[in-house]
Design a protein around this ligand. Structure first.
Ligand code: FAD
Ligand code: NAI
Length: 464
């Protein structure tokens, strides 16, 4: 240690980096974390998970109150009006509280925050904020940024990325969302609920890539019913801004006649790409793969000794909880313990209404690997969903036909994001569908739909 400044230097203080830094410090390692933003917490806390969920929650409350949907429960609300500034204020407060919380945790755990953009000058040396620091271990946790659409300039006024789409000062009249993935559908839902007309242009023949086929189809139906104009198999060829509006030119993905759509907001949400530019990876002796990601071994070590990588900058789903778990595992591996992440059991959630969640294999992928049994249970037959008159969706369980081991669980339901945790835990413990079917769930809860779907795998649901 004598000639090193730190045992561990983490680059990036997102969910991957800040968790890695705290865990490393907890394990007795002298740790610093370099972060170039003004606040800690990375994409997730500053401009991702947290502000988007704040707006999803607030916009849902507004839509419930203003649409008259609560009248059937005997709740009559008149003259509902939107105070968008107050809504943005709550979003900012949520972000501020959480990012400040990480700063507190750094102090508490004695993690030193090195402010500035870190660049490798050698495999064990980094230049940051005018200082040169040497560390025995360096963890790259630099995350990802918005993928630009060639030929389309994001001006953050009319043509927006996910960050500027969180901060629109007035509800747009017509928002065109380019990309029907998670960001497009979450943020498209926010502005639709607040009064915008929303058109989603998706290149593929279905929205929500990576999710189970049946779930994607059902989700599209639900969003269309909610008033989102979803145009699949369609590509954007041009976006021209004129003053406060833009003309978006689209045509069939397979080619054909083009048409134009006028909009006063255009959200570009076609994916994210790893942040490695300006990091000086060549000085560390590292290269990126074809997708711009840093490849790692199972323990998150890279091809260069002492350099590790986690989170959005490495292959795998770009999710905060995946980055966090990798942060814990990498710190444990650096400390000589055994840190493992089971990449087969990473849940994912779309926080729309209803929520859409999944863990494990899709039916299509499971079938490609072998014979499967599938059990489904509709929320329409779930007593809690009936009681609260919110019955959209279903639970679907995919199990191995021979061993009955659960391979994947997919849920569309109001609290799908919470329910999927139960499925993930069962899968982590190697559960069979029978194990889930014979687990007692409280009544009346949405969880009972998971039990019934598992019973359906065995061919014997009670309530459907
Ligand atoms: P990041 O959070 O991107 O953090 C990396 C940090 O490194 C950044 O703060 C950056 O400033 C810093 N950095 C980069 N380069 C350097 C450098 N050279 N020197 C110093 N600092 C540097 N995921 C979910 O699981 N659930 C959600 O609900 C969810 N919602 C999202 C909503 C939106 C709108 C977006 C954009 C993303 C969302 N995500 C969500 C994805 C989630 O934010 C990411 O998967 C997660 O933040 C990745 O964590 P990370 O630590 O790898 O990187
Ligand atoms: P995404 O990969 O989820 O969706 C992008 C969509 O854009 C895809 O459907 C793709 O087919 C489409 N597309 C690509 N190019 C296109 C083009 N030229 N024209 C029209 N459509 C095009 O990416 P998104 O939504 O930008 O989100 C990025 C990442 O952020 C996600 O992968 C996800 O991991 C993470 N995220 C997670 C959230 C959550 O967990 N709730 C919320 C928001 C983001």
């Amino acid at each position: 240690m004598a000639d090193y400044d730190y045992d561990v230097l983490v680059i990036g203080a997102g969910p991957g980096g800040y968790v890695a830094a705290i865990r490393a410090a907890q394990l007795g390692l002298k740790t610093a974390c370099a972060e170039s933003r003004e606040t800690l917490g990375g994409t997730c806390l500053n401009v991702g998970c947290i502000p988007s969920k704040a707006l999803l929650n607030a916009s849902e409350k507004f839509a419930e109150a203003s649409s008259g949907a609560l009248a059937k429960f005997g709740v009559k609300i008149e003259n509902v009006s939107l105070d968008l500034d107050a809504m943005h204020g709550q979003r900012r407060d949520a972000v501020k509280g959480l990012t400040g919380g990480i700063e507190f945790l750094f102090k508490k755990n004695k993690v030193e925050w090195l402010k500035g953009l870190a660049t490798f000058t050698a495999a064990d040396t980094v230049s940051v904020g005018g200082r040169t620091v040497r560390a025995k271990n360096i963890v790259i946790a630099t995350g990802s940024s918005v993928t630009p659409l060639p030929g389309v300039t994001i001006d953050h006024e009319v043509v927006l990325d996910s960050t500027s789409a969180l901060e629109i000062p007035q509800v747009p009249k017509h928002m065109v969302v380019i990309g029907g993935g998670v960001i497009g559908l979450e943020l498209g839902s926010v502005w639709k609920r607040l009064g915008a007309k929303v058109t989603v242009v998706e290149y593929l023949d279905q929205v929500l890539p990576g999710m189970d086929g049946e779930v994607r189809k059902e989700a599209a139906k639900i969003f269309k019913k909610q008033g989102l104009d979803i145009r699949t198999s369609t590509k954007v060829t041009k976006v021209e801004r004129r003053g406060g509006s833009a003309t978006v030119t689209v045509e069939p993905a397979a080619g054909g006649a083009s048409e134009t759509i006028e909009a006063d907001a255009v959200l570009v949400s076609i994916g994210r790409r790893p942040n490695t530019e300006g990091l000086g990876l060549d000085k560390a002796g590292l290269a990126v793969n074809k997708r711009g990601q840093i490849e790692t071994n199972h323990d998150f070590s890279t091809s260069v000794r002492g350099v590790w990588a986690i989170g959005d900058v490495i292959p795998g789903p770009m999710l905060a909880h995946k980055a966090e778990d990798e942060g814990i595992a990498v710190a444990e591996n650096i400390a000589g313990l055994t840190g493992i992440v089971n990449h087969d059991v990473i849940p994912s959630v779309v926080y729309t209404h209803p929520e859409i969640a999944g863990v494990g294999l899709t039916e299509e992928d499971a079938k490609a690997k072998g014979e499967v049994k599938v059990g489904k249970f509709p929320m329409l037959a779930n007593s809690r969903a009936k009681a609260i008159d919110d019955t959209t969706g279903f639970v679907k369980i995919i199990a191995d036909a021979k061993t009955d081991r659960v391979l994947g669980v997919w849920i569309i339901a109001t609290p799908a994001g919470t329910l999927i945790g139960q499925a993930a835990q069962a899968m982590e413990f190697g559960a069979s569908s029978e194990d889930i079917a014979y687990t007692c769930n409280a009544h009346p809860t949405h969880n009972e739909a998971i039990k019934e779907a598992a019973m359906a795998v065995l061919g014997k649901p009670i309530h459907a």
